[in-house]
Design a binder for this molecule. Sequence first.
Ligand SMILES: [Zn+2]
Length: 319
Amino acid sequence: MSLIKPTRRDILKVAAAMPAFALPAAAQLGAPEGQNPGYFRFTLGDMRLTVLSDGYFSNPTTGLGINAPRDEVQAFLQAYYLDVDKGYSHTNHLLIETGEHKVLVDVGSGDRWFETTGKLVSNLEAAGLGLDDITHVVITHAHPDHIWGIRDGFDEPLFPSAEYIIGEAEHAYWSQEGLVDRVAPERQQFVVGALNAFATEGLDWVFARDGHEVVSGVALVSTPGHTPGHMSVRVSSGDKTLLALGDSMSHAWTNFAQPAWFNEGDHDGGQTVQTRLKLLDQAASERISLLGYHFPFPGVGHVQRDADAYRFVPALWQF
Ligand SMILES: [Zn+2]
C-alpha cells in the first residue's frame, strides 16, 4: 500500500477552513486529583540532598520583566508554552545532610500566605524526617514564601533544635526603624511579616556575612538585588558544587534567555541583573549546578551559554 500524500493545495484548503484562534492556551497538561510526591533525593559527593516542596503559588505575569515591553514578555511566555497571564511558581527547599548535620534552606510560608503553599512539613515527613532533625536553618531572604513559616500554630519555632542563619544586611534592612511607613502599601505586609518572623520567641539567630560557613561544605554567598541582603547557599563536596540560588534567580526561562529583565518583586532591578550575570557566568564557566527555588520542581540543573544569553539545562536524574 502506498502512502497517501496530501498535495500542497489540500493543505492550504485545510488551513483556510481552520478558524483563526487567539493565542493558544499554554498549558496542555493539568494537575492531577490529589498530590504528587513533593520531595526528590540525590547526592552531591558525600552529601545527601533532598529537594522538598512547600507547594506552589500563582502571581500575575504583569510583574515579570517589567523593564521590557509587555508584548515582548507575552510573546516570550507563549513561545515557552507558559500561560501569558498567570505565573506558576514552585517552591523548592534544599535539605543538606552531611552525616552529622541537617541544614534546611528557607522555611516556606506555613499557613500564612497562599492556600496552595504550606506543604513543607508534610513533604519533610514523607521524606522520613522530623522537625527535631533539622540542626540549621538558612533564610535566604525575608520574603513571605521564604520566612513566614518560621513559627508553628503556637507561635513557637517550627524547627526547635535548629540554629537560624540570615544575612546581616538582610536582617538590618527589614529591621530599620519606620520601614513599614516608607514602603508601598502593598509591601507593608512584607515588613510586618519579616519582623514577626525575626521576633519569634526561642529562635537562636546568627547574622552572617558573605562566606559564612554554616557547617563544613555549606557556605553563604552574598547575592544582593532581589532583596538588599539576599544570600545564596553554596554546597560543596569533593569536586562537586551546587548553588542554591534562593531568589537571586526566580524564573527558569526569562532569567536565562533574557538575563537583563527584572521583576516587580526585585527590590533593586539593576543590582538583581548584575548579581545574576555574575552567577550565570560563574556557573557556566565552573560547571556548577544550580537549584532555583521557584524553578520547575525539583529545580536543579546547569547553565549553558547561548550567544549573548544562557540556557537552563535540567539535570538528568538518576533513579
Ligand atoms: Zn520567593
